[in-house]
Design a protein around this ligand. Structure first.
Ligand code: GLN
Length: 234
């Protein structure tokens, strides 16, 4: 039987706005297709080990401080994992730590692990509300979710946005970009959680991890959830 190994990074610290729903989505969408899933919760002090998919959720500045320090210990390993095309998904605070650094409003700059050519500086207002993104990553589709962040993220070099903002602020509220991708590393500000409302993107991550396109599922309920947010600011 085909099996996918998922590492859930630091869920005790970075799991805001139901971000662990992304893990549940990947698990169920694999199991509904008869694909076995192993999920390893990686906490502070744990070794990580090789996985097919790495997930890191969002969190407040305080939790990011502890996780940022821990991630530095695994930077070399995770860079090797990125370069062998393992799949990563970072949400908001987790996304910020996949870049070069996050400079919070107060306190020291938090070093990221530079899997993405991106950096984040806290702005003086919080971006809060629903987001709709136009993306060509998946059959000219849209991505929807909920954002709540003060960080302004700027991407460079071969790191590309997930898509273009239709509703909301996204990376920085200025350049109309949302999220980031380099190799199979993906970051987004979309909470909600993200994958349940964006089933095609969830399947895209599974396809990248498996190396084969998964069989289609009946996504009528997921599509209703997607449409409930589409093009709506609140
Ligand atoms: N603390 C970070 C910010 O405010 C990330 C917040 C989050 O993960 N929702 O930008």
């Amino acid at each position: 039987m085909t099996k996918i190994k998922i590492a859930h990074l630091y869920p005790k610290l970075l799991n805001i706005y139901g971000d662990s729903g992304n893990i549940l989505t990947l698990k169920k969408r694999c199991e509904w297709r008869g694909i076995e899933v192993d999920i390893d919760e990686i906490n502070i002090g744990d070794n990580i080990g090789e996985h097919d998919i790495y997930f890191i959720g969002g969190g407040q500045d305080t939790q990011q401080i502890e996780v940022a320090a821990e991630l530095q210990k695994h930077k070399e390993f995770l860079t090797k994992e990125r370069d062998r095309m393992a799949v990563f998904l970072g949400i908001c605070g987790g996304y910020q730590l996949l870049g070069h650094y996050y400079q919070p409003c107060n306190g020291e700059k938090l070093l990221g692990i530079s899997l993405l050519d991106a950096y984040t500086i806290a702005g003086n207002k919080r971006f809060i509300g629903n987001v709709t993104v136009k993306t060509d990553l998946i059959e000219n589709e849209t991505l929807v979710g909920f954002e709540n962040h003060s960080g302004l993220t700027y991407i460079n070099g071969s790191t590309e946005p997930l898509g273009t903002i239709v509703i909301g602020n996204g990376n920085n509220g200025q350049d109309k970009t949302e999220g980031a991708r380099f190799k199979n590393v993906f970051g987004t500000y979309l909470h909600g959680s993200f994958l349940p409302k964006n089933p095609k993107f969830a399947d895209y991550l599974i396809e990248l991890a498996l190396g084969i396109k998964p069989e289609p599922l009946d996504d009528s309920i997921e599509d209703l959830a997607h449409k409930s947010l589409l093009n709506k600011a609140y």
